[in-house]
Design a protein around this ligand. Structure first.
Ligand code: CUA
Length: 375
């Protein structure tokens, strides 16, 4: 066999192998590794449909191969039997597809009604109002009076009902391991729910905005933290005591070699105008600062990421973000607060970083939880 016979197949084969090798069936954003009710039902439906398709393909390819070999041209001159207009054949190949369609339709419709229906939330459910913004997520827990951003904590074992709406353009809430996608639409209330149980590993589940929302769409990420109920209670409590949030509001932090002062940072948070947009509960006890249309930074020190999941929440990364938000996340609405030749820039950034990371006691634990399925 000449060598070019083989080289002809080399490129397509290499491409197929490359594509398959890129598949991680249990990666952090895999729909094929569901851990909660809704995502599991969807996976079951997919598996059934896929297996049925494989079965159909095997039969079709088998019959085709048989016909190609058995009835290949072998020098015979006469026409084979003509079956045009055969009623039994026509009926058979009409009925088989009808049966296949019914086999797929019944579980599909059942799954849709079980998982896609709006549910009437009860007091047992955890209700979260989710607002989509260019390019971050606001999470509001009416039951607890908590407002936070980009990182959604839920207790394991409780049904979570999300009320979804958008404050600007279309977004889509998608945490593949927990549930399917649902759009966030301005002036419309959509709902998405899912239920975790004892088979759901606790930890961090990665999600992403799944609707092109211009600018930094690719950087509009989110995290769902599935906590043990006790851990979740601790998280809730950390929001309910305004004094506790400011308890670490003193001391210093090394930020890439510059010493930041928590107290100085707290003052700068007001002076540099941060408090005009960002709410921090307890900043002035009893007084609300900020604007609900910008990320609420209460207990910010507990967050694992900044800029809606773009960077890990470390002193160096937070300094990088404050220094030049556009460099980290192009088109976002965070202003650049210092000119490059501002002599106070690095010192003030270090102070703000020290202050922001001091917010919220017990931040360590949260930061150390790991992403389910790897990073
Ligand atoms: Cu929000 Cu894409």
């Amino acid at each position: 066999m000449p060598a070019n016979r083989w080289t002809r197949y080399a490129l397509p084969t290499a491409l197929v192998l490359l594509a398959v090798s890129g598949c991680a069936f249990d990666g952090p954003r895999s729909t094929l590794d569901p851990v909660a009710y809704v995502a599991r039902e969807q996976m079951e439906l997919f598996t059934f449909t896929f297996q049925l398709s494989l079965f159909v393909m095997a039969i079709v390819v088998g019959v085709l191969a048989y016909a190609l070999i058995r009835y290949r041209h072998a020098g015979k001159k006469e026409l084979p039997n003509q079956t045009h207009g055969s009623v039994p054949l026509e009926v058979t190949w009409t009925l088989i597809p009808v049966i296949i369609v019914v086999l797929i339709a019944v579980p599909t419709v059942r799954t849709i009604f079980e998982t896609e229906q709006r549910v009437e939330p009860t007091s047992e459910d955890l209700i979260v109002n989710v607002r989509g913004y260019q390019w971050w997520w606001a999470f509001e827990y009416p039951e607890y009076g908590i407002v936070t951003a980009n990182e959604l904590h839920v207790p394991r074992g409780r049904r979570v009902v999300l009320n979804l709406t958008s404050m600007d353009v279309l977004h889509s809430f998608w945490v593949p391991k927990l549930a399917g996608k649902r759009d966030l639409i301005p002036n419309q209330d959509n709902q998405l729910w899912f239920t975790t149980d004892e088979d759901t590993p606790t930890g961090i589940y990665l999600g992403h905005c799944a609707e092109l929302c211009l600018g930094a769409h690719a950087y509009m990420r989110m995290r769902v933290m599935v906590d043990e109920p006790q851990e979740f209670e601790g998280w809730v409590e950390s929001f309910q005591d305004e004094g506790a949030q400011q308890v670490q509001a003193s001391g210093t932090l090394d930020v890439g070699g510059v010493t930041g002062s928590v107290d100085e940072g707290r003052v700068l948070f007001g002076q540099k105008g941060c408090a005009g947009c960002h709410t921090i509960e307890g900043y002035y006890p009893g007084v609300t600062i900020g604007d609900p249309d910008f990320p609420n930074l209460t207990n910010f020190g507990q967050r694992t990421t900044i800029a809606a999941g773009v960077l890990e929440n470390t002193p160096e990364n937070l300094a990088r973000w404050l220094r030049d938000p556009q460099e980290v996340k192009p088109t976002n609405y965070m202003p650049t607060l210092w000119s490059e030749d501002d002599p106070l820039r690095e010192e003030q950034i270090a102070d703000l970083v020290a202050y922001l990371l001091s917010l919220g006691a017990d931040g360590e634990e949260q930061a150390q939880a790991s992403v389910v399925g790897g990073n």
